[in-house]
Design a protein around this ligand. Structure first.
Ligand code: CUA
Length: 348
């Protein structure tokens, strides 16, 4: 049946009642408002709007290139498909035909079928090619512009904080300090369950898996603090498992690095506070006042280093083994720090 047949099936007779029109207008207004709300939420959350954070590293810049290609292609397809949908809804709307009326049966449209098969194949091939070109640059160092040899940092994901171990023995918790404009190689693993290392402005997401070490390269293009979040659901405090990378000028980094190594070796650094704030405060509060976990102030266990050590290394009930595998440096720093909470009970 040709176009004339279609026209015959669609006699021009209006049967829209005022009630129907009101309902349709209401639905359209609702959809438009929902779209506005969604766009507003998407744009208000971040000054960058719909674009990803950064990019502040050569690796993140390549990831962003892939992001925009996919947004352009999927956005174009979205507009085409939704546009056609809306057009057809109006063009072929029910003009008083019977609901049981059958449409014309159409068999075979070889040219159309070839076109709608070939176009997606070409699009997918273009995406694959683009990603394959960018991928090597995402997974490796960008040494060409890097000032100095790479810094290697061991990243341990733990319930519910990040521990960073530097080659000279320095330990940091939750905040990793690195030199800007220098290659950094991360050796990522987990001490308990799966976590995911993710600083969006600097690199993609990378799993922290027990028993396996993953490698990730990045180079911060500028000084600044780049924030992130554990990207894998890892337990009840997963949303509070935050991370930050602080990139500082190379000379500042070097002087801090040497100073911190001496301070930690002699037990005069703030490693104890940093460990408490990262590992303990998530559940017990920054002043040990209790939150998700119990109030620790005045708890007699704080006077018994051996008992705390056992608790930290083994966990108990809901408390994970946050101190499993800690070096004696980190354990001793924490034991020294928590003494301050031994005397004050309640109210303080
Ligand atoms: Cu660690 Cu989520």
């Amino acid at each position: 049946m040709g176009h004339q047949g279609l026209a015959r099936l669609a006699p021009r007779r209006r049967n829209a009642t005022p009630g129907k029109i009101v309902r349709r207008t209401g639905a359209l207004v609702f959809v438009a408002l929902l779209g506005l709300v969604l766009a507003h939420v998407a744009l208000a959350g971040d000054p960058a709007g719909l674009s990803p954070r950064g990019p502040d590293s050569p690796q993140a810049a390549k990831i962003e290139g892939i992001y925009w290609l996919l947004i352009a292609i999927t956005g174009g397809i979205f507009v085409l498909v939704e546009g056609a949908l809306i057009l057809f809804v109006f063009r072929f709307r029910n003009r008083g035909r019977s609901r049981t009326l059958e449409g014309p049966e159409i068999h075979g449209a070889t040219r159309l079928e070839l076109i709608w098969t070939a176009i997606p194949v070409v699009i997918l091939a273009a995406i694959v090619a683009f990603v394959l070109v960018k991928l090597p640059g995402i997974n490796s160092a960008d040494s060409a512009k890097a000032a100095g040899p790479p810094l290697i940092v061991k990243v341990e994901g733990r319930q519910f904080y990040w521990n960073f171990l530097y080659p000279n023995g320095v330990i940091q918790v939750e905040r990793m300090r690195v030199p800007a404009n220098r290659d950094v190689k991360l050796l990522i693993n987990s001490e308990d369950v799966d976590h995911s290392w993710w600083i969006p402005a600097l690199q993609g997401k990378f799993d922290a898996i027990p028993g396996k070490t993953n490698h990730l390269w990045f180079r911060a293009d500028r000084r600044g603090t780049f924030e992130g979040q554990c990207g894998e659901f890892c337990g009840y405090e997963h949303p509070h498992m935050v991370a930050a990378v602080q990139a500082v000028p190379s000379s500042d980094f070097q002087s801090w690095y040497d100073r911190e190594a001496r301070a930690q070796a002699s037990g005069t650094s703030d490693l104890g506070k940093m460990t408490f704030d990262g590992a303990c405060a998530t559940c017990h509060g920054f002043h040990a006042q209790g939150a998700f976990g119990p109030d620790l102030r005045g708890n007699p266990i704080l006077q018994q280093p051996a008992a705390i050590k056992t608790l930290l290394q083994n966990g108990r009930n809901k408390m994970p083994a946050v101190g499993k595998g800690w070096s004696s440096r980190q354990m001793n720093a924490l034991l020294a720090y928590v003494k301050r909470f031994a005397g004050s009970s309640g109210g303080g």
